[in-house]
Design a protein around this ligand. Structure first.
Ligand code: ANZ
Length: 945
């Protein structure tokens, strides 16, 4: 029988569905294992061969764990809200829901062909109300929570309200946007609206005034990476910095826990490092500075409190509220002109740009240590959102302050008098180098830092600051709160209505609040988000339902929120929903959650290092505080799969002709290289007829061939439509079968590495499967398998394989496993081994990689049930023990020949046999033996004289 992969794969894919082979339940008798892929955004282009790489890798692991007896959860779903569908809708009028469903169907069809062990019964789509119900629900919980720094967890906002009404802000230690201070009497005297405004300062989901990249023409806020050189990436429209009231999530409250959690999870060091830098913990001090001739004072954040003596000016971020207060009349025009200019720059540009700009405010600040007055400047190298948005500048020891001082001719004062302050002596990291340890330093007030290292000096200064009430010790994080509003249509609606301009949550029992229909997917004429076009988008608080806008009376019917949630909303807790996807009472049932606990293996791309992987860790910690999630970290082990690059092919057209010359002859002509569709090239040989049919202009193409073939050039590039190097997995499946595709993707190289897709080797993998098949059936369809007992050699070959593959899978080293399969098949083939005892085990080990052919052969061997439920074989080391040892026989240290001995042969017997061997005679002739040394299992050395 031929290896007919088309029939086999169809048969088993159908059987798996009929038998519900991949449906999983919470089986308490088994240990669980949760495998998860980062779920895809279903784009219009469908899958290319790069997409399934991670899914195949995790599928192999999932199948392997199941064979080891684990109850494996391996779900799949779709991150279905997002910008491309919305933009397509704007261009074509096609509703994003329709495009999304079409794309999902196409993805599903493609995925089904590859033979994954997904439990499709648990599929989720983030755009479906049953799913986003729980996204909205979590948002409401965040709105109704604050973060207690003492207890290090989220608590109900009600507790805070009670504390305010009894003791005001006295003694509270909570995460907030701004430090506020009021008494209980003051709180109780406030109106409801005033109280609500104050609570925004503490809620975990809050409306905050934030600086955003605003694009007036597009009518939306843009993310940093959607802005290039001050204009929108799409359309090239100007983008300005604008303060807007947006929903935010207080991710910053969790900064320390996000940092600490990294020590408890099994992620790569580089990914942990990226997250650490993103969180950016920084220990320093906040110090108060009074403004000269004024009642005003302001706070700066510094990590170098020890440099107070070197402060020669202060700098405020342009957005700082102090700017207006501190600018003197004479400086007003200059300052305003500067502010106009900086508005146009995004924060990222400001960080990247090292050119020096700034303006003097006209005011001076008093150094609290020295009493000296120093000028206050405004410059955009100080960022509004970090620290306090104000700094003390120490140009002798900070490179940006140094550049600023040089540019504006301000004083540069080193901590050690007489120190060289030329540019050359400046070490960007350490500052001016001669400051450690300090000598001859003027004491600050009564604080002497003489003889101290930088670290000691910082500690001494901090202590002094605290004792003298000049400020406080402070830990800052670079991690910002997440902006959670988008002016888009295709996203989760906020379950929020507005009364007197303040947000209120709709009743939890009324969730989900479904996305309304709109006439247009664009912003409204008055600049409101697309939901502003919805005619029925008001909340009736009595009947708890959505009603027409004209019913708004602001008494019982109120307008609903027009923003929608961002892309990361739906992907932040999806792993929890897979555990219990059909539950309409809760995000996840507690017992079910306790069973699955968290994701044991998460596979996905590194591009999510600082987005999704921070947000979902935050979201999970919040749910953990609420007692919903049972594990503090959602993803125990994380593997990042590499990218599959495209391998492009080129043809060479002779200039001004329609003649194409083969690669190795092209230098004889003046040619232009052109990309050619890789799907009409095989092993770099162009299919001439297919080429002519590819495009009308090539219909009359002529060719100059070499050896009767047209050889194409090639290069490794990004896999993209424009390079014609996109390989569709469907094509590979049609031609070679899913098992070959799966094995070939893994054979390309280590999972974590990026590598080019190169179809040239695929035949080899396909031949391997055929050869494996031929151990079962010969060419004449004879069934070869026998019940004869296996020989030692055959068992050795098999157990070598079991050992290797088990070890490799544990380390995701699948490419080396595949080599091991090939070696073993060759060995068995050489031994003409078609014994059931061997093949049965081989099938189990191969099944995670090539599930279809293994199911078929498993059945052929007469096994009942699916191979998925077989038992992973254990390597028996006894079979690996060598029976004989090959000894090297040396004379006077020179190796002369080899001899085989049984592994347990005694040294005496070996010595006797070696000396008796006729080959020894030659080397001993006429000489006498001084000594014979037998090193067991290695060598025999004979010393002669
Ligand atoms: C005085 C000083 C002297 C500083 C010196 C550094 C070196 P990290 O580690 O990133 O926390 N800084 C504070 N707030 C800032 C802001 N909003 N925008 C730009 N820079 C800001 O760095 C903290 C240091 O960066 C602070 O310590 C402050 O400069 C500056 F030899 O204060 B330093």
């Amino acid at each position: 029988m031929e290896y007919n992969f088309r029939e086999i794969e169809k048969k088993w894919q159908k059987r798996w569905v009929e038998n519900k082979t991949y449906q999983v339940t919470e089986d308490e008798t088994k240990k669980k294992f949760y495998v998860l892929n980062m779920f895809p955004y279903p784009s219009g282009a469908g899958l290319h061969v790069g997409h399934p790489l991670g899914y195949i890798a995790s599928d192999i692991y999932a199948r392997y764990k199941r064979l080891q007896g684990f109850n494996v959860l391996n779900p799949m779903g779709y991150d279905a809200y997002g910008l491309p569908a919305e933009q397509y809708a704007i261009q074509t009028g096609q509703h994003p829901a329709i495009t999304t469903v079409n794309n999902i169907n196409r993805y599903r069809e493609q995925l089904d062909k590859i033979g994954f062990s997904f439990d499709w019964n648990r599929e989720i789509r983030t755009c479906e109300p049953e799913y986003y119900h729980w996204t909205q629900w979590a948002f409401q919980k965040m709105f109704n929570s604050y973060y207690c720094n003492d207890e290090k967890q989220a608590r109900p906002i009600q507790e805070l309200i009670e504390a305010f009404s009894q003791t005001g802000t006295e003694g509270i230690n909570v995460a907030c946007s701004e430090e506020l201070s009021f008494t209980a009497a003051e709180w109780n005297a406030k109106s409801e609206k005033e109280q609500q405004e104050i609570l925004m300062n503490y809620r975990i989901a809050y409306l905050g005034e934030t600086m955003v990249n605003w694009c007036p023409q597009l009518g939306t806020v843009l993310a940093n990476d959607e802005v290039v050189d001050g204009v929108s990436e799409r359309g090239g429209f100007p983008v300005i910095q604008k303060k807007m009231r947006q929903w935010c999530l207080r991710v910053s409250a969790y900064a320390q826990r996000l940092l600490d959690g990294l020590d408890t999870i099994d992620w790569t060091e580089s990914l942990k490092e990226t997250q650490k830098n993103w969180i950016g913990r920084s220990e320093g001090a906040e110090i108060e500075f009074k403004v000269k001739d004024s009642d005003l004072e302001f706070t700066i954040f510094t990590t170098r409190a020890d440099t107070m003596f070197g402060v020669t000016f202060m700098v405020l971020a342009p957005e700082s509220e102090l700017v207006q207060q501190l600018t003197t009349d004479t400086q007003k025009d200059e300052v305003n002109a500067y502010l106009e200019r900086t508005k146009k720059r995004t924060e990222r540009e400001r960080i990247a740009d090292r050119s020096v700009t700034g303006v003097f405010s006209g005011s001076y600040a008093i150094n609290p240590f020295t009493g000296e007055a120093v000028p206050i400047w405004i410059s955009d190298y100080v960022l509004a959102g970090y620290g306090t948005g104000a700094i003390m500048a120490v140009p002798a020891h900070d490179s940006r302050d140094y550049a600023f001082a040089k540019h504006f001719g301000l004083e540069i004062r080193p901590l050690v008098e007489g120190c060289d302050v030329s540019e050359e002596s400046f070490d960007a990291k350490e500052g001016i180098v001669c400051n450690s340890p300090r000598e001859g330093v003027t004491p600050y007030c009564d604080l002497s830092l003489n003889g101290l290292t930088i670290k000691e000096a910082i500690a001494a200064t901090k202590k002094y600051v605290k004792e003298h009430n000049l400020g406080r010790v402070k830990v800052n994080f670079r991690l910002r709160d997440a902006i959670f509003s988008r002016q888009r249509y295709w996203g989760e609606p906020f379950p929020v209505y507005y009364k007197d301009n303040m947000p209120y949550m709709i009743d939890e029992s009324a969730l989900p609040l479904e996305l309304p229909e709109v006439a247009k997917f664009l912003p409204t004429e008055t600049g409101e988000p697309p939901l502003g076009h919805a005619a029925k988008w008001a909340w009736n608080t009595v009947n708890k339902c959505v009603v027409e806008n004209e019913k708004i009376d602001n008494i019982t019917v109120f307008p609903l929120e027009l923003n929608t949630m961002p892309g990361f909303a739906g992907s932040s807790a999806y792993y929890l929903r897979y555990m219990d996807p059909h539950n309409n009472q809760a995000l996840v049932d507690k017992k079910t959650d306790e069973y699955w606990h968290n994701v044991d293996l998460y596979v996905g791309g590194t591009e999510h290092a600082t987005g999704h992987l921070i947000y979902s860790r935050f979201w999970n910690k919040f749910l953990y505080d609420l007692g919903i999630s049972v594990a503090e970290e959602p993803f125990q082990k994380l593997v990042n799969q590499g990218m599959i690059q495209g391998r492009s092919n080129f043809v060479y057209r002779i200039k001004d002709t329609n003649t194409f010359v083969s690669l190795n002859l092209k230098d004889q002509y003046d040619t232009t290289p052109l990309h050619v569709d890789v799907n009409i090239v095989s092993n770099d040989v162009l299919d001439l007829e297919a080429f002519k049919a590819w495009r009308p202009e090539y219909e009359t193409a002529e060719f100059i061939l070499e050896d009767g073939k047209y050889i194409c050039g090639w290069a490794v590039e990004k896999m993209s439509k424009s390079m014609f190097n996109v390989v569709n997995p469907d094509m590979i499946v049609d031609k070679y079968g899913a098992d070959t595709l799966r094995m070939y993707e893994m054979f390309l190289g280590p999972v974590e590495q990026s590598k080019p897709w190169d179809t040239n080797g695929i035949d080899g993998v396909h031949r391997f499967i055929k050869k494996f098949w031929s151990l079962f059936y010969d060419r004449n369809d004879n069934y070869l398998v026998t019940d004869e007992p296996a020989t030692k050699e055959e068992l050795k070959s098999l157990h070598k394989l079991i050992k290797k593959v088990t070890g490799d899978i544990e380390q995701f080293s699948y490419n080396t496993s595949i080599s091991a399969f090939m070696i073993c098949v060759n060995e068995l083939f050489g031994m003409k081994c078609s014994k059931k005892e061997i093949l049965n085990q081989f099938i189990i080990v191969l099944a995670p990689f090539a599930p279809h052919v293994c199911e078929e052969l498993w059945e052929t061997l007469g096994n009942a049930g699916s191979v998925c439920d077989a038992k992973w074989p254990v390597c028996n080391e006894e079979y690996l023990v060598e029976d004989t040892v090959n000894y090297t026989v040396s004379f006077n240290g020179k190796a002369r020949f080899n001899m085989e001995f049984p592994a347990d042969a005694a040294s005496d017997a070996i010595q006797t046999a070696v000396l008796a061997d006729e080959r020894s005679e030659k080397w001993m002739e006429g000489k006498s033996i001084v000594k014979v040394i037998v090193v067991p299992k290695k060598i025999v050395n004979i010393v002669v004289k």
